[in-house]
Design a binder for this molecule. Structure first.
Ligand code: NDP
Ligand code: OXD
Length: 309
C-alpha cells in the first residue's frame, strides 16, 4: 500500500516533507516514482491530470490538498466507489478570515486610494467608514464561511449569511436557498463569496444577482473564478452600481495577460492566495484518512459527491 501525490501546479517538496515527518512509516511517492501502480490505494491530489483512476487500478480514496474539490469533480473518470475527502483545517479558516478582514479594512479606510494619491503626491482627505456601518454578507456559510462570519461579528461588523440549507442556528442572521437570496443580497454592502464551485453555483455572481446588491456595494470573491460571469461583473461595475471587486480566484489561473480584470482600476486582484493549505498543519488528517482507508473505516471530511462539495 502506498500514498501517491499528484499535482500539475503545486510544489510537492513541502508536502512530501510534512507527510514523511508525520508518518515516517508510510510509503509516499510522486506519480513519477510509482513503480508498481497496483500498490497505490490513496492519492493526494490538486489539479491532477484527468485519468489517475485508470493509472492506479486499486485506488480507494482521493484526498484534495485543499478545501475545494471542484478540481476533482471535473474529472469524469473517477468511479463512484472511490471516496473523496477534503481538507478542513482551523488554520485555513483563520487565514481566510485574516485575508477578508484585511481587504475590508483597507477599503473602509481608503488605503488603496491613499496609495494612489501618494504616487501622485496628492494630499486629500476622505471620510472613512466604521465597522458597525457595514453589512457583510457571507455567501456560503460552511466551515470557512461560518468561521469568517463569526470572527467578523466578534470584532463588530454586522454580518449575515446565505447557504443552501438552513443549517444550525448561528449568531448572525442566516438566509438560505434561492427564495431567500434576493433578501440576502438586498441587505449586503460587502459580499464575500465563499461557496464551493458546483453546477448550482457556477456563474452565481452574474448581472441579475449583482444588481440585487445595494448601489455602492463591493464584492470579494475568494470562492472560485467560475462563480463570476466576468463580463457581467465588469458591466455592473462600469454602470456605477457596484463600487468594485476584490478577486482572488479566476476562471483561468494564472489569468491571461489579455484579460480586462488586470487593468480595471476598480478591480483588485490577488493570485489565489487568500488562504493556503499548510502541509504541516494538515498532514495528520491526511494520514488518518490513509490509515482509515487501509482498515476500511469511515473517513474524515467526506465529500458528498451528489451535492458536489
Ligand atoms: P464547505 O463545504 O464547508 O461550505 C460550503 C458552503 O456553501 C455551505 O454553507 C453550503 O451550504 C454552501 N453552498 C453550497 N452550494 C450552495 C448553493 N447551491 N446555494 C447556496 N449555498 C451553497 O466549504 P468550505 O467552507 O470549506 O470552503 C468553501 C470554498 O472556499 C471552497 O470550496 C473553495 O472553493 C474556497 N476556498 C478558497 C480558498 C482561497 O484561497 N481562495 C482557500 C480555501 C477555500 P450548506 O451549509 O447548506 O451545505
Ligand atoms: C482550497 C483553495 O480550496 O486553496 O483550499 O482554494
Amino acid at each position: 500500500m502506498a500514498l501517491v501525490i499528484v499535482s500539475e501546479t503545486l510544489q510537492l517538496q513541502p508536502w512530501i516533507a510534512a507527510l514523511k515527518k508525520a508518518g515516517p512509516e508510510v510509503e509516499i511517492l510522486t506519480q513519477q516514482e510509482v513503480k508498481d501502480p497496483g500498490k497505490v490505494e490513496f492519492a493526494l491530489a490538486w489539479n491532477h491530470r484527468p485519468g489517475i483512476c485508470k493509472e492506479f487500478p486499486n485506488l480507494k480514496t482521493i484526498s484534495s490538498m485543499g478545501a475545494g474539490v471542484d478540481h476533482l469533480m471535473k474529472d469524469p473518470d473517477i468511479p463512484q466507489h472511490i471516496r473523496i475527502v477534503r481538507i478542513i483545517d482551523p488554520m485555513l479558516s483563520q487565514d481566510m478570515y485574516e485575508f477578508v478582514l484585511a481587504l475590508i479594512l483597507s477599503r473602509m479606510k481608503n488605503l488603496r486610494l491613499f496609495q494612489e494619491q501618494q504616487q501622485q503626491k496628492v494630499w486629500k482627505k476622505k471620510r472613512y467608514l466604521r465597522m458597525g456601518q457595514l453589512r457583510v454578507g457571507i455567501m456560503g456559510t460552511g466551515v470557512i464561511g461560518h468561521h469568517v462570519a463569526t470572527a467578523l461579528l466578534k470584532v463588530g461588523f454586522n454580518v449575515l449569511g446565505w447557504s443552501r440549507t438552513e443549517g444550525q442556528p448561528s449568531g448572525y442572521r442566516k438566509f438560505f436557498g434561492q427564495e431567500q437570496m434576493k433578501d440576502f443580497l438586498n441587505r449586503t454592502d460587502i459580499l464575500v463569496c465563499l461557496l464551493p464551485l458546483t453546477p448550482e453555483t457556477k456563474g452565481i455572481l452574474n448581472r441579475g444577482h449583482l444588481t440585487m446588491l445595494p448601489a455602492g456595494a463591493w464584492v470579494i470573491n475568494v470562492g472560485r473564478g467560475g462563480h463570476v460571469v466576468d463580463e457581467e461583473l465588469i458591466e455592473v461595475i462600469d454602470s456605477g452600481h457596484l463600487d468594485g471587486a476584490s478577486l482572488d480566484v479566476f476562471q483561468e489561473e494564472p489569468l491571461s495577460p489579455q484579460h480586462p480584470f488586470w487593468s480595471h482600476h476598480k478591480i483588485q486582484m490577488t493570485p489565489h492566495n487568500a488562504s493556503l493549505t499548510d502541509p504541516d498543519s494538515v498532514a495528520p488528517q491526511i494520514l488518518e484518512n490513509y490509515y482509515r482507508t487501509l482498515r476500511g473505516e469511515p473517513l474524515l471530511n467526506m465529500v458528498n459527491r451528489e451535492a458536489g462539495y
